[in-house]
Design a protein around this ligand. Structure first.
Ligand code: PMP
Length: 353
């Protein structure tokens, strides 16, 4: 029996995608997908489809945006964003480890205004009531904090370009995507295997900084070469295309958001109902629908709980070392049945305790 995979990323992808990806390794138009040229007609078609589907899911087709699939992970974007867009100063919201890392890189290129931070509280909530100055080059934030299990429920209303790391909740819920000027996301959550990063950028925001940008780090280079300036991560892009096709057949973001809401409701109801557990996030409205973080009120139950969930075929439930406890990551491909399996284990522990 396959495990219920609650890993934070790399993580679960649809079984159907795994089957198609495996088949393409053995035979993709009479070659292996692993041995074809990235400039072959067949792969150019894969790249174009993946780019078109990414824009289509976000409702950004023909609206001045370009989709790129690059290497380097989301972490490379912490640096590329600042290199390409920070002329004088930029505003950042600090909601977690990944925000902190993005801020560190940006400081190498200009002044960074941290508009608010929940760092002093180990990022257990999303700061509110901050102001973003009107004279910054852009405002950067993360929609979902994978490690701490917090998520912004709405898009901040600002008058400067919005730059966003959506690595751990892209394609999981609707947002006002048109309000964003640049969205980036590592593939390894809701899209594909690690190795590719999706960047969706509004072309008009580029070309405004005065510094010279090395070719590989310039969005303009990659746009001009259609994500083929150098050899792109062919297989991760192929698998991303398959997942985006799967999402389309599923009914798109609207349909998957309904399932994701059901999964989140199921787990959070149990965390709140079961006296043995407590949610890590202090404000309920900040709870992530992708990564539910929780702890045992009495650590003495940890041994029994850990044995129970492992026996139930659950994988990847340990919390990040900076939070402790547990983290149930419930990306698009995770079924409601898997979340129910976890809830059953939590109730089993309650009976035993
Ligand atoms: N941003 C967020 C929200 C993440 O969760 C992660 C890692 N999973 C990163 C950035 C860094 O991504 P990468 O490992 O692809 O550089």
């Amino acid at each position: 029996m396959l495990k219920h995979n609650f890993s934070a990323g790399p993580c679960i992808l649809p079984q159907e995608v795994f089957k198609k990806a495996a088949a393409a390794i053995l035979n993709f138009n009479d070659l292996s997908i692993l041995e074809i040229s990235h400039r072959s007609k067949d792969f150019v078609a894969v790249m174009e489809k993946a780019q078109a589907l990414a824009l289509e899911h976000l409702g950004l087709t023909d609206k001045g945006y370009k989709a790129l699939f690059l290497g380097g992970g989301a972490s490379m974007q912490f640096l590329m964003v600042a290199y390409n867009l920070l002329e004088n100063k930029a505003a950042y919201l600090n909601t977690g480890t990944w925000s902190d890392k993005a801020i560190k890189e940006a400081k190498m290129f200009g002044e960074v205004i941290e508009v608010a931070s929940s760092k002093a509280d180990n990022y257990n909530h999303i700061p509110k009531n901050y102001t973003v100055p009107n004279d910054v080059d852009y405002f950067h934030f993360q929609t979902n904090n994978t490690i701490f299990g917090t998520q912004l429920q709405s898009t901040p209303d600002v008058s400067v370009p919005l730059i966003c790391d959506m690595s751990s909740d892209i394609f999981s819920r609707q947002r006002d995507f048109e309000k964003y000027d640049l969205i980036y996301a590592g593939a390894q959550k809701n899209m594909g295997p690690a190795g590719a990063t999706l960047i969706v950028v509004k072309e008009e925001i580029l070309g405004k900084v005065s510094r010279q940008i090395p070719s590989m780090l310039s969005y303009k280079t990659h746009i001009a070469k259609d994500s083929m300036f150098n050899t792109p991560p062919v297989f991760p892009i192929y698998v991303s295309m398959l997942t985006l096709e799967w999402l389309k057949e599923y009914g798109g973001i609207d349909a998957i958001e309904k399932l994701n809401n059901q999964k989140a409701e199921l787990i959070y109801n149990e965390i709140d109902r079961n006296a043995l557990f407590n949610g890590f996030v202090t404000n309920k409205e900040d709870r992530s629908k992708m990564n539910a973080t929780f702890v045992l009120n009495d650590a003495a139950h940890a041994g029994t709980f850990d044995s129970l969930w492992k026996e139930a075929g659950i994988n990847g439930l340990n919390g990040h070392r900076s939070v402790g406890g547990y983290r149930a990551s419930m990306y698009n491909a995770l079924s409601l049945e898997s979340v129910q399996a976890l809830v059953d284990v939590m109730q089993h522990l309650e009976k035993k305790a």
